[in-house]
Design a protein around this ligand. Structure first.
Ligand SMILES: [Zn+2]
Length: 93
């Protein structure tokens, strides 16, 4: 799966509305209503998800410090509630 791969999984994770005007979106790179460039938003989205996956892998490998660093990097790109929850669990573990 590359950064530009279209994926159907992840309920609620896909970008369905323009962050600027809340217009409903298909797969266009630009919002048809306001012209907002969605490629950067989508890139941050997939990047933050990839970082979360790497963090979980690091955690599984027993490297909690690395896992926290990866999650925090992901959270800077995008505030993902799932990532924030994992970070809390990590700190409590
Ligand atoms: Zn828009």
């Amino acid at each position: 799966m590359g950064p530009g791969t279209r994926k159907a999984e992840g309920p609620g994770m896909s970008l369905e509305r323009c962050p600027a005007c809340r217009s409903r979106l298909a797969d266009e790179p630009l919002c048809p209503r306001c012209g907002c460039d969605l490629t950067l938003v989508r890139r941050a989205d997939s990047q933050s998800r990839r970082l979360l996956g790497q963090a979980l892998q690091a955690w599984a490998d027993g490297d909690k410090q690395q896992a926290q660093d990866l999650i925090q990097a992901g959270l800077q790109l995008k505030h993902e509630p799932l990532a924030a929850a994992v970070l809390q669990a990590l700190k409590a573990a």
